[in-house]
Design a protein around this ligand. Structure first.
Ligand SMILES: [Zn+2]
Ligand SMILES: [Zn+2]
Length: 390
């Protein structure tokens, strides 16, 4: 890997935004705080803006437009487009196109626009400060978005919208509140800078710090603490393997306000077709990663042939379960097609089908359970290796 790269020239607009604004916030916000002070009205509005911007980026830019993990009502799209413009992270079109490239070429030095392999600083914000080739606009991967009128309106009026949301709204709030400077500093400036950096953590820290339960083929990590800061996007290892799932934190207790917001929107008719990865596939990914890890450990350990043989037997069983699952999926698909073809059948047949569906569901559940048990057995095998090595 080349370590010496000639750096392209600075991008003046981005440098002003991403270096100038944080510096201004660092100086002006404490200064005004000491001489004038802030009140809870301003802090609460700043927090509200922070979440409105953040959720529009994660729920709108990211999970709706970049990954198409659900469909949204036009009202929700307009909401995301406006508050997303307020996050000052470029238009939906540019952001999503970059992000699709990030997933497609993750960790590639030249093709991933914010590749973690180029360092923490580069992936956090260095990539935006200079005219890197990987930033050249190329919307060939976002033709679908170019057909979306909300996306194109926001793209074509981006500057006006972002000024309205970042300057206009805080200014109005300040006039209403009777402290223009203080409100603009906290709700406008400080909130914007905080929102920038927490979102950037997803590209930087979430590719360095955390666990990799689902895949080790890329640098993305799961990290509950980062999820708390990033509106649920910290479960990034899961997200990189199952990018079309509307959830990032799949367990009910995992902090993912974006997933909760989307689920709530679907309840009130603002979102539909929420895509979820089947539990079996998730279990399969975890087990696959565990096999990979166990194999590496065993190959390094002394006298591990018997354990390695057990592991291979387990792997054989795993492959069989996966094949059975695929066969069941195919069966389910065929039945659905047959049902659609003969939609007007008598009630008796419908009842029989219901029973068959239940039986099929049981088979799926059994397979899921067998993978769960297998995960435990593989974990025990790894423990044995560790004991042997100790
Ligand atoms: Zn990523
Ligand atoms: Zn993504």
């Amino acid at each position: 890997m080349s370590t010496v790269r000639s750096k392209p020239p600075l991008n003046p607009v981005n440098t002003a935004i991403f270096v100038g604004l944080p510096l201004a916030a660092l100086i002006l916000v404490p200064f005004w705080g000491i001489y004038h002070g802030y009140d809870s009205f301003q802090w609460l509005w700043a927090l509200a803006f922070l979440y409105l911007n953040g959720l529009s980026i994660t729920g709108g830019y990211h999970r709706l437009w970049a990954h198409k993990s659900y469909d949204a009502h036009p009202a929700l799209k307009w909401f995301y487009a406006l508050w997303g413009a307020g996050a000052l992270q470029n238009s939906i079109l540019i952001w999503s196109s970059d992000h699709r490239r990030h997933h497609r070429h993750v960790d590639h030095d030249d093709l991933d626009p914010y590749s973690a392999s180029r360092g923490l600083w580069f992936s956090h914000m260095g990539w935006m400060l200079r005219e890197y080739q990987s930033n050249d606009p190329d919307f060939s991967n976002a033709r679908d978005l170019q057909r979306d009128p909300v996306v194109m309106f926001q793209h074509n009026h981006y500057v006006a919208l972002t000024v309205l949301m970042n300057v206009g709204l805080p200014l109005l709030l300040g006039i209403w509140h009777g402290d223009i400077i203080g409100t603009v500093l906290v709700v406008g400036l400080l909130r914007l800078v905080v929102n920038h950096h927490v979102t950037f953590f997803i590209n930087s820290l979430a590719h360095y710090w955390g666990s990799r339960p689902y895949t080790e083929t890329n640098s993305a990590r799961d990290n509950g603490f980062l999820a708390f800061l990033t509106y649920g996007e910290g479960y990034h290892n899961y997200h990189h393997i199952f990018q079309n799932d509307y959830r990032n934190g799949i367990r009910w207790y995992q902090w993912d306000p974006t997933k909760w917001m989307i689920a709530l929107c679907s309840r009130v008719g603002l979102a539909s077709n929420l895509s979820r990865v089947p539990n079996f596939k998730i279990q399969r990914a975890i087990l696959d990663t565990q096999f990979e890890r166990a194999r590496r450990k065993l190959e390094r350990a002394d006298n591990s042939e018997p354990l390695l043989a057990s592991l291979e037997r387990e792997y054989q069983l795993f492959t069989e379960s996966v094949n059975q699952w695929k066969a069941l999926q195919a069966e389910r698909y065929e039945r659905t097609v047959a049902e659609l073809e003969g939609a007007i059948e008598e009630r008796k047949a419908a009842l029989l089908k219901k029973w068959e569906h239940a039986a099929l569901r049981t088979k799926f559940k059994e397979l899921e359970y067998s993978l769960k048990m297998q995960r435990k057995r593989v974990a025990m095998l790894v423990q044995q290796v560790q004991l042997q090595a100790a």
